[in-house]
Design a protein around this ligand. Structure first.
Ligand code: HEC
Length: 143
């Protein structure tokens, strides 16, 4: 475990890097189609919220998966990485215990609390489609 000071230095470096990166990021196809907005439905996020409350809240608070902390951890990764990690490691006392659909429902809830807009489709537990959902800063901003 790194010390608090070490950790803040790393975070500061990330903030600085992000500041530079965000102005230089080219507007790719995802940006022009609205980032990662519209990739889950409101009903799915609601199911995810229920699963989160039932399973994850025993050890986590939803604020751990929201905002800057979430962005710092997942900024270069996609929903597929989060899905894979959740299935491999969570719930910590019983990894992989949930249905694949429940894991993506929880991810829909995480997208919702990170201000991604809901849409008319649902996230499905499929590598190809989850790889198309970036989680980094700005992916929720649309374009
Ligand atoms: C029994 C307790 C427990 C439950 C239940 C649990 N977790 Fe965890 N979770 C942990 C612990 C402890 C860690 C830290 C593990 C580590 O860093 O090695 C962790 C780490 C994580 C991480 C990694 C955090 C990061 O910043 O990298 C994520 C994401 C996560 N949990 C999500 C979930 C979700 C979603 C659920 C519900 C499906 C869940 N957890 C259920 C105990 C739990």
């Amino acid at each position: 475990m790194g010390g608090l000071r070490e950790r803040s230095t790393v975070l500061l470096a990330i903030v600085v890097l992000m500041g530079c990166a965000s102005s230089a990021v080219p507007r790719g196809p995802l940006a022009s189609t609205g980032g990662s907005n519209g990739v889950y439905s409101a009903a799915q996020a609601q199911r995810g919220r229920e699963a989160f409350t039932e399973v994850c809240r025993e050890c986590h608070s939803s604020s751990e998966f929201r905002g800057r902390d979430f962005e710092f951890t997942w900024r270069r990764r996609t929903a597929w990485d989060l899905y894979r990690e959740l299935r491999r490691t969570m719930p910590e006392d019983f990894p992989g215990a949930l249905a694949p659909q429940t894991y993506v429902d929880v991810i829909a809830y995480v997208l919702e609390i990170n201000d991604y807009a809901p849409g008319g489709v649902e996230l499905v537990p499929d590598e190809e489609s989850l790889r198309r959902v970036p989680l980094g800063p700005g992916a929720n901003k649309g374009g």
